[in-house]
Ligand binder design. Structure first.
Ligand code: 1HE
Length: 273
């Protein structure tokens, strides 16, 4: 295990140093495994841990082509560290939420696709973090909840934007209004995860998927991470134009030409049913 180095910003450095034991970065070939490592507190996201997540994704080695995000212990993540939830005025609350946004943007719009390996509790800010990843693999122990509603607060880590895009605003409102918990199978049907695997197999499957993703042309992965979600937000006529621009750029790369040649000359795999 390599523990991430502290940040160059002294204020952030202090927090990330405190949290550096709580986040581990392991590099296996071209895959980075980023692990929330605070099992005693169910990987609750302290401010320092949120900043450490940001730092880790901002500073991935350039050799990394895909990442896996998982959590140590019985649960992926219990959300915001409630012990830090103190009286904040509106301005401080705004800045706190924006700090989460900046960190989770680094996961979503960072350098490489991120596969979340989920198990146990994926709740509150833990679900917000999972929603910032590009692919979610859940094992049979996974459950999803947004206890913010029952704690008298609201989501603040981008969940109001990202979670409705996975499961729809009506389901999210129901979860927050009623405290409803989705178990793994129902959760996969609702759209929380794209893959459902037996208990204890999420990390292994996530790694397999990350290795597969890492083989894509970097420009294709870039287009899927950075262009696709924006195109999906654009009015259709603008989306069509952005798609055409991205498509033209991707197909012009020498690697794309080579891959197409490989198929036409029988060297590349066919699509298998
Ligand atoms: C925590 C936290 C936490 C556990 N902050 N310390 N999130 C929640 O409302 C979820 C709160 N947590 C739980 O419901 C449960 O802990 C779990 C279902 C996740 C796990 O249950 P269990 O029985 O395995 O563990 P536990 O005994 O409840 O917790 C073990 C320890 O972790 C215990 O501390 P200890 O010192 O007594 O051992 C807990 O206090 C601690 N712990 N979860 C702080 N969340 C950007 S805004 C996002 C807003 C939110 O995320 S709100 C939702 C917060």
């Amino acid at each position: 295990m390599i523990v991430i180095p502290h940040n160059h910003n002294p204020a952030l450095a202090e927090l990330t140093m405190t949290a550096s034991q709580d986040l581990q970065l392991q590099i296996e070939g071209d895959i980075a495994i980023v692990r929330l490592n605070r099992a005693a507190k169910r990987n609750a996201l302290s401010d320092g841990l949120v900043l450490a997540v940001r730092h880790a994704f901002e500073n991935l080695p350039s050799t990394v082509r895909a990442a896996v995000l998982d959590g140590a212990g019985e649960h992926f993540c219990a959300g915001l560290d409630l012990s830090e939830l103190k009286e904040r005025d509106a301005g401080a609350g705004l800045q706190h939420s924006r700090m989460w946004h900046a960190a989770l943007e680094e996961v979503q719009y960072g350098p490489v696709p991120v596969v979340a390996a989920l198990h146990g509790a994926v709740v509150g800010g833990g679900l917000e973090l999972a929603a910032a990843c590009h692919i979610r693999v859940a094992d049979a122990t996974t459950f999803y909840a947004l206890p913010e509603g029952t704690r008298g607060i609201f989501v603040g880590g981008g969940g109001a934007v990202r979670i409705p895009r996975l499961i729809g605003a009506a389901r999210m409102a129901d979860m927050m209004l009623t405290g409803r918990v989705y178990q793994a199978e129902e959760g996969e049907r609702a759209g929380f995860a794209q893959y459902l695997v037996p208990a204890g197999q999420a990390l292994e499957r996530a790694l397999e998927i990350a290795k597969r993703v890492a083989q894509n042309a970097p420009l294709t992965n870039y287009a899927l991470m950075h262009a696709l979600p924006r195109i999906a937000e654009q009015p259709a006529d603008q989306g069509f134009l952005t798609e055409a621009l991205m498509s033209a750029i991707a197909q012009s790369a020498p690697e794309a030409k080579q891959r197409v040649r490989d198929f036409l000359e029988g060297r590349a795999a066919k699509v298998k049913a």
